[in-house]
Ligand binder design. Structure first.
Ligand code: GTP
Length: 207
């Protein structure tokens, strides 16, 4: 177990449209509570402060129990959420996670934190056969945002492409499936089955 990290803020990206799922992915439940609440609490164990990242028109539908940051730029996609968080608090690093990774455990985030390299643009899990950085489960250092602003200024909005052109500390997860995305009802069902039938994400064994 590691302590809360000073100057590390947590961001749960929830500003997507969930069109493939057909319902808000933040409201799905894999562990007996909404995924939004589950991941918020997980980050709260590790970070100084935690925020839910949303696009502007979702702000009225969220409980006041959560700290929130609304997208304030004009391009769609997760980089907008990350960049808007930085604009609000430019001097901290951000531990960013996507709402649609139901197999992610607190111990995986601890691995990211203990592997963190403050000198790099970001510390990110390596995913897939090509071991590319996963921008939506990563620590973004404060120094990443000047180059990010330039990148966005060139009308680019892909956070993975940005990290591919940056100096990133790659972290190799114990098991690649922890980063599985559940974007459709079928993927969500498959994730739930994995949770119920394997120990990978049994909350009792996650810490
Ligand atoms: N703040 C913010 N987060 C976003 C935005 N778009 C996507 N995200 C988040 O980024 C992560 C990955 O999103 P995607 O799965 O690519 O897109 P989605 O909109 O959630 O789902 P689809 O509509 O099915 O593509 C999820 O955690 C989303 O909530 C956005 O415009 N703003």
């Amino acid at each position: 177990m590691i302590n809360k990290q000073n100057n590390l803020y947590g961001l749960v990206l929830c500003g997507g449209r969930s069109t493939r799922m057909g319902k808000d992915k933040g409201l799905l439940s894999y562990y007996g509570e909404s995924q939004r609440k589950y991941l918020y609490k997980m980050l709260d164990e590790l970070c100084d402060k935690v925020f839910i990242s949303l696009h502007g028109d979702q702000m009225n539908n969220i409980s006041a129990d959560f700290n929130t940051i609304a997208d304030n730029d004009h391009f769609p996609g997760p980089f907008n959420g990350i960049y808007s968080a930085h604009r609000q608090f430019p001097n901290v690093a951000w531990l960013v996670i996507a709402i649609d990774m139901p197999l992610l455990r607190e111990k995986d985030l601890q691995q990211l934190i203990t592997s963190r390299n403050h000198e790099k643009t970001a510390t990110a899990f390596a995913t897939g056969e090509k071991k590319l950085p996963e921008p939506l489960c990563a620590i973004w250092e404060p120094g990443s945002f000047l180059p990010a602003a330039e990148f966005i200024g060139e009308n680019q909005s892909g956070p993975r492409r940005f990290l591919l052109n940056s100096d990133v500390q790659l972290v190799f997860p114990e098991d690649d499936t922890i980063l599985m995305n559940a974007n459709t009802p079928e993927e969500s069902k498959a994730a739930l089955k994995k949770i119920q039938t394997s120990e990978i994400n049994n909350p009792a064994t996650t810490k």
